[in-house]
Design a protein around this ligand. Sequence first.
Ligand SMILES: Nc1ncnc2c1ncn2[C@@H]1O[C@H](COP(=O)(O)OP(=O)(O)OP(=O)(O)O)[C@@H](O)[C@H]1O
Length: 246
Amino acid sequence: MTALLKAENLEVAFGGVKAADGVNLSIDEGEFVAIIGPNGSGKTTFLNLCTGYVRPVSGEVWLDGKPITAMAPRRIARKGIARAFQIPQLFTEHTVIENVMLALAAHRGIWQAFAPLDRPDYRAEAMALLDLLKLADHANAMAGALPEGLRKLADVTVAMALKPRLLLLDEPTSGVSALERFPLMDTLMTAMRAQGVTALFVEHDMEIVETYADRVVVWDSGSVMAEGKPSEVMKDPRVLKSVVGA
Ligand SMILES: Nc1ncnc2c1ncn2[C@@H]1O[C@H](COP(=O)(O)OP(=O)(O)OP(=O)(O)O)[C@@H](O)[C@H]1O
């Protein structure tokens, strides 16, 4: 079976720091994979390499067996990799549903100032997505006025409007209260499964990783140090020292 995403020998450095130092990773369709690792180990850089925001000096990224390494971020998004950010990237002065309709229009390649974005078909599709992410009651709220947990869900709704095959989530539960984390992840996971989306998420909360990830990948100094089922990987003394110790 061809991996949905495959990264081979990715290398990139910023100044003297090797943020990717020979990264090799494969993700199969339907998997929910967590990335853990100490601060500065290169987790976000990997997401940037997969989405075209950072170009590797060597190595290759494939989506469904086709190289995407040299592509612009917009093209990669249209090929099926979407991204939700640690700090949600929403148009804060617009309503939640307007943000989603804009993404639906962008997915169709309509990205012009004068194109009508508020159309009945977009509105219906956006509402269906908002319903899936349990945000229907907040459709007409200003995106900037949402509390952090709901803003994270809105950011994921926008990413889902791009019809991704693979969704990359950078710390989906950061900034969210301990009580809200599990309900938030339940909603995200249910929505992604319903849409057949594969997910790769960076996460620092080990309980979240153990509960939701099919597989965990441990980053250390710019490369993959260990990977496997969360319950097994978390017993590895090297992982405990690097991640839990850190
Ligand atoms: N655009 C950039 N310019 C310069 N240095 C960068 C850039 N992006 C990342 N780095 C450096 O590369 C290294 C890896 O950073 P990265 O953000 O990928 O780590 P991380 O594992 O995601 O960290 P955190 O858990 O703190 O978010 C760090 O030393 C960081 O300072």
